[in-house]
Structures are given as structure tokens and as C-alpha cells.
Design a protein around this ligand. Structure first.
Ligand code: ATP
Ligand code: MG
Length: 358
């Protein structure tokens, strides 16, 4: 059964129904289309079955339907286009904790995701948004985001009028986007206090500059990511720039999810999916070495750890035809303190072979 149709106006291939595309891209209503193209279908053959099985509902101009994300039934929008909707990544690996994040986003629970660097926390939020077609406004609160970026500021417009330009938070609330707050454990206290009122169960935001009281759009969601849970960093790896978070602030997050590195077999699958030309044996050795290094870090024999991000970067180099020899240090070991280099070199020697250090 075919799910796709070709738009006779522009030739674009569209899934299930041309209606949103005709309205958004051509400003053409279905009646006009039927008059102009009486012989062309406006819905695909599979559309009726899709409407039935996916519990399709129309809300305003948008069709909402149900789909499974990480095993959780979520509501997705059909055929919407927005520059802030992330592209989907078919190689993304879904693990058990992803379920809690999907459920929280679906049911408007405030979710705080924490875990070591490069474990896919930010990617997870983007992938859920990509599947459900929700726009994501992402901001890093690593100290560079000022209160005026976050809340808004006064400026003079082209007509020389003084106007207030809404910042990231009120815009996301107003437009019904997912607000992804990265590195919340490094945010300035002023931003934490502003967020506190929004995190209340029926939270809203009073813009003191204008007196406007912003109530969130029904689709507004708020997700935080951090390397620590706000009690400081045990390993010292994330101490620089992170703060101890106020308990009453933390308590306002409904769901706290810990994301760790992928289990070895899934990490190998990810590397293979992204870098299919590299021999599976080599990828397995790299992931085994990474596992040993992460264990050594947990046992405090190593001050740093190795992220999935690093492994992917190394694979990109290997895939460009570089040998392992000499490719490794600039991507990893030159970034770590000298005392870690010996353990890293020995681990790679052991699993990947002597080429690793030559
Ligand atoms: N489960 C996964 N599936 C697919 N890719 C993943 C997964 N986990 C990590 N990655 C990849 O690892 C890289 C780092 O991921 P990401 O930036 O999401 O990590 P993070 O946990 O947000 O890191 P940080 O704490 O440093 O912000 C990305 O290229 C991402 O695609
Ligand atoms: Mg991140």
C-alpha cells in the first residue's frame, strides 16, 4: 500500500495527504485543488488506514497522530515544517532510560537529564523532537547566556521606537517549543531564580520589564541536561564551572533521568552504523578499550574518561583512510593530563595493538 503522493504543483513527494503541504507551501485549499486537478488524489491509498491505526486527530490546521518512541506512545504532528525541528538520525540508539524522557515530554513533566559527557543527552532530546516533529530551542547555560538573552531586552527598532524583544524563555513558552537547557549545573543563579517560577506546576513568567504575564502554550516543554546532578562533581571532571544547585530548585523537576555510556554491543552498533567501512573487529577493540578506560576512571586510576563523541571522531579519521598510527593522539591523548597518557596508551596497546601508540 502506497503512503506517498506527488504534488502536481511542485513535484514534491509527500506522505499520506497533500492538505497541509498545499495550505502551507502553495496557499491552496483542498476544494481549489480538487477543482484544478479532478483526477489527482489528495490523500494516499494508505491514508484511511493511517487515520484509523494511528489515532489521527485534527487540532486547528495540524494533524496529530500517535507513534511509538522508545516504546512510549507519543503524539506527533503530521507534515509540519519548522526550522527548529531537528533532523532525524536513523543511527540513534534508544536505550531504556530514553523511555522516561519520552514519557515526560509527552505528558508535560519537567525532565532533568544528567550523566557523563558525550552520552547522548542532548541528542536524545533532539531525536524525540525529530520523531514527534516538535521545534526545539536549545540554549547552553554555561555562563555565556546572559539574563537579557534569556528573558529579553529593550532595543530601538527601525522606526526609532523603543521596544522590548522577548528572549529565549518567553519566546519558547509563547511559541510552544521544547526548551532544551544544556549545562544547567553551570548556570548563573539569576537564571535559576527566573526558571523557578516557570517550573511550578502551572508555572508562568512575569516579565517585570513590560508587566506581561506569559502563560505557556500547551506544547511548551522544558528539559534540562547536565553532567552533574547539582551536588558538585565527585570525579572532579566537571568541577570547573559547575555549581551546587539549590535543592528547592532541583525538587521542582518532576523526573530525573540518568544517562550513561551505551552498553558495549550498542556502542559498537552505533559506530558501525555511522562508519560502516571500518572492520567490525577494530570497532569492537576500540569499544572494549573505551570500556576499560571508563572503568579505570570510575576506580579513580584515571582522571579523565573517553566519550562516545571521541570514539566517533576517531572513527571519522579512520574512515578517511588514516591508519590508527598517529591518528589517535591529537584526538584524545593530547587533551588529557600527562599522568593519564600512560594508562591510555597501555589500554590501547592491549586492545588495539602496538600501532596505537607508535
Ligand atoms: N545513544 C546514542 N545514539 C546515537 N548517537 C549517540 C548516542 N549517544 C551519544 N551519541 C553521539 O555522541 C555524540 C555526543 O552526544 P551528545 O552531544 O548528545 O552528548 P551529551 O551527553 O549531550 O554530552 P555533553 O554532556 O558533553 O553535552 C553525538 O555525536 C551523538 O550523536
Ligand atoms: Mg549535551
Amino acid at each position: 500500500m502506497s503512503h506517498r503522493l506527488t504534488c502536481p504543483l511542485c513535484g514534491k513527494s509527500i506522505e499520506f495527504t497533500l492538505v497541509p503541504h498545499l495550505r502551507d507551501d502553495h496557499k491552496v485549499e483542498p476544494e481549489m485543488f480538487r477543482r484544478q486537478f479532478p483526477d489527482k488524489p489528495i490523500h494516499s491509498v494508505g491514508f484511511t488506514e493511517f487515520v484509523r491505526s494511528s489515532e489521527v486527530r485534527r487540532q486547528g490546521d495540524i494533524l496529530h497522530y500517535k507513534l511509538e518512541v522508545a516504546g512510549i506512545k507519543m503524539t506527533a504532528r503530521h507534515g509540519v515544517d519548522h526550522p527548529l525541528i531537528p533532523a532525524s538520525d536513523p543511527t540513534f540508539v534508544w536505550t531504556d532510560p530514553c523511555k522516561d524522557v519520552a514519557e515526560a515530554i509527552e505528558h508535560n513533566e519537567r525532565v532533568f537529564i544528567y550523566g557523563p559527557s558525550g552520552t547522548g543527552k542532548s541528542s536524545l532530546v533532539r531525536q524525540i523532537a525529530a520523531m514527534t516533529k516538535r521545534p526545539v530551542r536549545r540554549v547552553s547555560l554555561n555562563g555565556e547566556t546572559s539574563v537579557s538573552d534569556f528573558i529579553g531586552h529593550w532595543t530601538v527598532n527601525d522606526q526609532r521606537q523603543t521596544v522590548f524583544v522577548k528572549g529565549i524563555l518567553p519566546s519558547a513558552m509563547h511559541e510552544g517549543q521544547i526548551l532544551q537547557l544544556d549545562e544547567v549545573d553551570a548556570m548563573q543563579p539569576e537564571i535559576g531564580f527566573i526558571l523557578q517560577q516557570v517550573l511550578e506546576p502551572s508555572g508562568h513568567l512575569l516579565l517585570t520589564d513590560t508587566g506581561e504575564d506569559i502563560h505557556p502554550h500547551a506544547d511548551f516543554r522544558i528539559v534540562a541536561t547536565a553532567n552533574t546532578l547539582g551536588f558538585g562533581s565527585d570525579s572532579g571532571l566537571y568541577s570547573s564551572g559547575t555549581h551546587v544547585l539549590n535543592f528547592s530548585w532541583l525538587d521542582r523537576w518532576d523526573v530525573v533521568v540518568h544517562i550513561d555510556y551505551l552498553p558495549a554491543s550498542q556502542e559498537i552498533d552505533l559506530l558501525r552504523a555511522r562508519h560502516g567501512s571500518i572492520a567490525k573487529e577494530l570497532l569492537t577493540c576500540l569499544v572494549t578499550a573505551a570500556g576499560d578506560l571508563r572503568r579505570a576512571h570510575a576506580e579513580e586510576q584515571l582522571t579523565t574518561t573517553i566519550t562516545t563523541r571521541r570514539l566517533l571522531a576517531l572513527c571519522s579519521r579512520l574512515e578517511r583512510g588514516n591508519e590508527f598510527r598517529g591518528r589517535w593522539p591529537p584526538l584524545y591523548s593530547t587533551k588529557v593530563p600527562p599522568e593519564d597518557r600512560k594508562v591510555i596508551a597501555e589500554t590501547f596497546d592491549h586492545h588495539v595493538g602496538p600501532l596505537a601508540t607508535s
